[in-house]
Design a protein around this ligand. Sequence first.
Ligand SMILES: Nc1nc2c(c(=O)[nH]1)N[C@H]1C(S)=C(S)[C@@H](COP(=O)(O)OP(=O)(O)OC[C@H]3O[C@@H](n4cnc5c(=O)[nH]c(N)nc54)[C@H](O)[C@@H]3O)O[C@H]1N2
Ligand SMILES: Nc1nc2c(c(=O)[nH]1)N[C@H]1C(S)=C(S)[C@@H](COP(=O)(O)OP(=O)(O)OC[C@H]3O[C@@H](n4cnc5c(=O)[nH]c(N)nc54)[C@H](O)[C@@H]3O)O[C@H]1N2
Ligand code: SF4
Ligand SMILES: [Mo]
Length: 848
Amino acid sequence: MERRSFLKMSAAVTAAATITGCNKSASEANVVPPPITPTDEVINWSACLVNCGSNCPIKVFSKDGVITRIETDHETTDEYGVNQQVRACARGRSLRQRTYATDRLRSPMKRVGKRGEAKFIPITWEQAYSEIGSKLQSIKENYGPESILMHYGSGAFYGFASNNATWDRLLNLNGGFLKYHWDYSLAGAYPAAIASYGDQYDCMFGTSLREIANSDLFIGFGFNPNEIRMSGSGEGYDFIKQLKNNKKNIKVWMIDPRYTDSMRGNEDEWLAIRPGTDAALIEAIIYQMINSGWVDQNAKAFLDKYAVGYDKASLVNTKASVALNSDSFIASHAQYIDPEQNYHDYIMGQGAFELAGAKTPKWAAGVCGIPPYKIEQLATAIMAAEAPYISAGIGISRHANGDQSTRAVYTLCIMTGKIGRAGVNSGAMPSNYGFRVATMPTGTNPVDVTIPVFTWSDAVVRGKEFTGTTDGVRFTASYSQERVDNNPATLSTNIKAIINSAGNALVNQHSDSNGTAQILQNESNCELIIVNDCWMTPSAKFADYLLPSTTWLESVDYADDSYASGEAAFATFMSSSLTPLGESQSMYDICSGIAKAMGCGAEFTEGLTGLQWCEKLYKETKSMNPDVDMPDTYEEAQKIGVIRKPYITASVIAFESYIQDPVANPRPTISGKFEIYSLSIARKAATWTLPDGDVLTPLPQYVVTWEGYQDQEAIDAGYPLQLCGHHTKGRTHSSYHNVAWLREAVEDAVWMNPNDASTRGLSDGDIVHVYNERGTIELPVKVTPRVIPGVCSLGQGAWYKPDPSGKVGPSGHVVDIGGCINTLTKYHPSPDSKGNPQHTNRVQVVKA
Ligand SMILES: Nc1nc2c(c(=O)[nH]1)N[C@H]1C(S)=C(S)[C@@H](COP(=O)(O)OP(=O)(O)OC[C@H]3O[C@@H](n4cnc5c(=O)[nH]c(N)nc54)[C@H](O)[C@@H]3O)O[C@H]1N2
Ligand SMILES: Nc1nc2c(c(=O)[nH]1)N[C@H]1C(S)=C(S)[C@@H](COP(=O)(O)OP(=O)(O)OC[C@H]3O[C@@H](n4cnc5c(=O)[nH]c(N)nc54)[C@H](O)[C@@H]3O)O[C@H]1N2
Ligand code: SF4
Ligand SMILES: [Mo]
């Protein structure tokens, strides 16, 4: 980077700090200290703890408490699958700049302006502890513990002391709190997994990536490990290595609206698909499989033995057997089974589906945008493959009909009749190997109800109306997984307090940033918002109390290898020689302080400091990992830094035990089998009340949704382009947005096909307004054939920033000059999971 543009950028960042209400003047604000000649440095191990699934180790060099440089793991000789390095990506390597970003929070602060205005005054920690303590107590007294939400926040995956579990522990000592179920990542994939396979985690524990070596066909639906798993031990590395290991002349088909870095020449075919239409493509593939007679000859026996719903006979039999089940809840599902609604007839346009017509490649091409001959070729490849490895990324589930798209992929895998063999996947994300660590005990939460994670902003407004059958509320204690979703009882209260720690999903990562900001601005809705973060994020601006955390590199803690570090397993025992900036504190110390003010300090700490907890939990961690060579004390482990587990030698093959013995190992679905026709969704379709336009179908059907490809109303309203998000290399969500180097390395621009650009008179780099009825964002356009015509793609996570000058855009809203995609996304929970449909949007794009 040129020095001149760097100076320009750091000046811009400094200026921004004064507007955001940071409690440091611009001149005092910390810019990255000048490089120091590397002498007398001390080395500590830390880790990058964002939610990208890897927690890469970070080697921190410092002098006199200040970072001098950052390196990562190059401690081994780096042999893949033996002792490979867990190398951090560019984000982790930029941690010096992030730690010293100008918008670091340095002291506890209290709001003085209107909520969201970001006017704060510094207060002492003692004042923060006592005011927060008494407010949490009085809100609990007035509205009950169900009114206090511990919000989603995935920005600090510490093993222990600064984990959000410390907040859970504090809130449990205060009588409990409202929790959520699902998460923003897999909200559509979990219910799809429950429907097809029985367990919500069946979407995450597919066949190991190493089995790609034994496969002859790879198909990825929105599968992009090289951008979302960028660590040196991540799935991106495994994917490429296993393709290289393959001896079966594997063919790689990638299905994505965007040409991703996971392709980059690894693919044999890129099928550019319209967002939200995978189910239509899959239906046409299955049409080819049935119509050619292939299913009858090759898969029918498998389907009869292992699955429910392919044909009428299968549903007739299931109806009879389920009705006889001794468990009355399971037996009750028989009444909802309609054998006429079987998959064969649906695909072939026969029987009850005669009017709808057959799901031919020609039909599907009109929906998904992939030409019929390509669909036929893909179907032929699947039929010919001995061991198809099919995987759905979870982006396809973050759509209005995301549950259905994901279930369609699982159904395609079932229809091949090959699940359970070496090299074959179930459509799920690959299983990972991991290093287990002991975590902070949170105590017991007496509140036995949870809400779907995405519905929190609506629960602020009308939680009291929330029930199981309208809003997906679960009454957890008395119901098992399949029973929690049919309870008509309501929540006892709206949400009155929110603790937002290590998260930016108050306004930035949640849908409809403008609408959500309005909900939060009304102080009679939610009476208390506590934000615990390290930087002045868009969500932090909505705090009543703003509590500065120490950053990862300033923390003593430990980190496991998160959830997607591929075939390697490791843990990092973190130490620090840095002087934490300002008065920032660890989450453990913050929560201890509040607990003390509430009168439960001793119960909270059990007499231990944060470091003593680490020592205690280290001993537990060591005993949980007898196969790992770990030193006796936490202190010794901190000196070593990264501790690796011996490599895994066996692969996971999805549903191997079920296929080997379906009687001894039934699936936890209602029928005990794979369900093409979901019995639980049939029940929900009959008993749930859905908003207008939402549909739930027992079969994994392509449905026309709001703001999807076929939403004519939205097109007529002036929004001809689909806008789909993606997770960008430049950030992990909104994390690292405030690193200028990364902003330059991965430009935030909306991707547009040259066809769409030329009809709008747009050239690469033009500044555009992207808008719909919910807002306008301003940013450059990137004109590229790497995105399908009719579709724009935008990296999610840029920081929401309504123009301070009040400039209004074509939508009639103040323009978001930060370019946050959630200014355009809709709050409309998906029908089954009530999950976040943030990749489904329609927009217009004009020159700004
Ligand atoms: N660099 C980076 N890595 C990350 C993250 C990050 O923010 N940045 N976030 C992490 C987290 S928490 C998560 S949950 C994961 C998310 O990982 P994913 O959910 O897999 O990521 P996305 O980018 O949303 O989607 C993956 C791909 O699906 C494509 N896609 C979108 N809609 C459709 C569709 O309807 N059909 C098809 N076939 N493809 C579609 C997108 O173009 C994209 O290329 O990534 C993790 N890793
Ligand atoms: N439009 C759209 N929206 C999306 C998605 C999408 O695909 N499209 N993806 C969704 C997904 S999959 C997810 S997982 C969510 C993620 O949403 P979030 O969980 O909100 O993730 P981040 O934006 O990374 O926010 C993490 C926050 O933690 C803070 N933090 C970092 N370190 C520390 C620490 O040590 N202590 C404390 N207290 N705070 C710290 C960071 O500064 C940052 O503000 O976003 C969702 N939103
Ligand atoms: S963002 Fe992910 S891949 Fe990159 S350094 Fe951090 S943990 Fe590793
Ligand atoms: Mo996520």
